[in-house]
Design a protein around this ligand. Structure first.
Ligand code: SDX
Length: 436
């Protein structure tokens, strides 16, 4: 099959109401499902397509991430996520997602230097934090402060200038951990910690989060490695809800900081990036192993909106390869921190065991997903539950900016403008208040 269509000439749509036949091209890419090209459908047929949730819709062409849900395969620019998570620094994967190739030593050093020297925030941005209540959800702070970056970095908001786009991408990747750590420090009433240029990306984040100005702090190497792996495993994931939000925002020509702020807002939802926080809240609600069967029963009950947080996936109908890698890290972190017998974490491992043996979950291939294990690791590392989705946003920022830039480089921008099936009133006569 060619990129722009089948050798056999596409597909024929027969509208049995009108009897008219319409030929539609079938297009495809390097691998994955072919697609019916319906770009001209409405003009030719007067028909829309209907696909709420877009589960059967390819919204764009992309070369960044490929997922095969049945095979449990996740590739970033052709490389398996397992290989990247086991062998790379997060900044190597950032370079790969942004540029399409893994960096050589010199390229990585140059990239890491560029990121390191963008980690500080404009000093005046610190004042934004004081506008939030101390008990604000840190995701609310992330949405606000990242959006406000466009008020401070005007010299990197011209989306038509590749150099300005690159600076904006570097600033976002570099500053998002600083903004996240500051959100945590503010909620704890602790002083902000400036980034350190001698630490790597993951270690610097741990330092800014858990370090104290009163004494030296060196990040634990095992925890820094786990953090690095969590960042890699959450970096990008094709056209998920938050990435699609970033692309939709970017399609109007909005500046990159506003687009990433929109992505953070979408990620916050418990069905998406908020699932890791929801996992821990669910475990606290279950409370004891004896209550697991009750919650498993609720998860199966179609009349009960309760879902088993951290299980299932819109695309992976087998296992989530990221969860497989993270499961290993979860056990490693629990052992290093001596928290395997922590009641909440022991409950999580028991829930995993029971769910994996339960026919309802096995039949529907509802395996633990990336959020299940990231929730366990972050809890063990001492992050408050409210920070879990913030960490997901820190990691996913590189994916969002890579996908945004790919759209910017893809030629003329076409604003996203889905249509609808209208079910409201037909036109009717206006009735003035005096006659109602
Ligand atoms: C992420 O898109 C991405 O790539 C997202 C993400 C990323 O990296 O960006 O991977 C990150 O968001 C991972 C998902 C995190 N969300 C959760 O853990 C929340 C709990 N999961 C569910 O909300 C759910 O699994 C979804 C939203 C993730 C997927 O929902 P779907 O597409 O409706 O799931 P499905 O079509 O596979 O469901 C099949 C059946 C249905 O029941 P039946 O109609 O067959 O009777 O399984 C049921 C669903 O009701 N089901 C669940 C369930 N998930 C699906 N039942 C109980 N508990 C669950 N968690």
């Amino acid at each position: 099959m060619t990129k722009n269509g089948d050798k056999k000439g596409g597909a024929t749509l027969i509208d049995h109401e009108t009897g008219r036949e319409h030929r539609l091209p079938i297009v495809g890419g390097t691998m994955g499902p072919r697609a019916l090209d319906v770009q001209g459908l409405y003009g030719k047929t007067g028909l829309f397509t209907y696909d709420p949730g877009f589960t059967s819709t390819a919204a764009c062409r992309s070369a960044i991430t490929y997922i095969d849900g049945e095979a449990g395969l996740l590739l970033h620019r052709g490389y398996r996520i397992e290989d990247l998570a086991e062998n790379c620094k997060f900044t190597e994967v950032c370079y790969l997602l942004l540029n399409g190739e893994l960096p050589d030593k010199e390229q990585h050093e140059d990239f890491e230097h560029a990121i390191t020297y963008h980690t500080m925030l404009h000093e005046q941005m610190r004042d934004f934090y004081r506008g939030f209540r101390r008990d604000s959800h840190p995701m609310a702070i992330m949405v606000g402060v990242v959006g406000a970056m466009s008020a401070f970095y005007h010299d990197s908001t011209d989306i038509s200038d590749p150099e300005q786009r690159e600076v904006a991408q570097h600033r976002l990747i570099a500053k998002i951990p600083t903004i996240a750590a500051m959100a945590y420090r503010y909620s704890m009433g602790r002083p902000f910690m400036y980034p350190r240029n001698d630490l790597g990306y993951a270690g610097n984040f741990l330092y800014m989060t858990f370090g104290m100005p009163t004494e030296p702090y060196e990040p634990d190497l095992v925890l820094a490695r786990a953090m690095n792996r969590i960042f890699i495993l959450h970096a990008d994931h094709e056209q998920n809800a938050s990435t699609s939000t970033v692309r939709t925002a970017g399609s109007s020509g909005a500046n990159p900081y506003a687009c990433i702020s929109a992505g953070i807002a979408s990620l916050w939802g418990p069905a998406h990036g908020g699932a890791n926080e929801a996992v821990l809240n669910m475990l606290r609600e279950i409370g004891d192993k004896s209550r697991i069967p009750e919650f498993i029963a609720r998860a199966k009950d179609r009349d009960d909106p309760f879902r088993l947080m951290g299980f299932g996936h819109r695309v992976y109908k087998n296992f989530d390869p990221r969860a497989v890698v993270l499961r290993g890290s979860a056990h490693e972190v629990l052992d290093v921190l001596g928290r395997r017998n922590d009641p909440l974490l022991a409950l999580a491992l028991e829930l995993e065991k029971i769910a994996l043996e339960d026919e309802y979950f096995v039949e529907r291939k509802l395996f633990p997903n990336v959020d299940f294990y990231s929730g366990i690791i972050l809890e063990a590392m001492g992050f408050p539950t409210s920070m879990f989705t913030v960490l997901f946003a820190v990691a996913r920022t590189v994916g969002w900016v890579s996908q945004w830039n790919e759209m910017m480089e893809g030629g003329a921008l076409r604003i996203s403008r889905p249509r609808q099936i209208f079910e409201g009133y037909e036109e009717r006569e206006f009735i003035p208040m005096s006659r109602r």
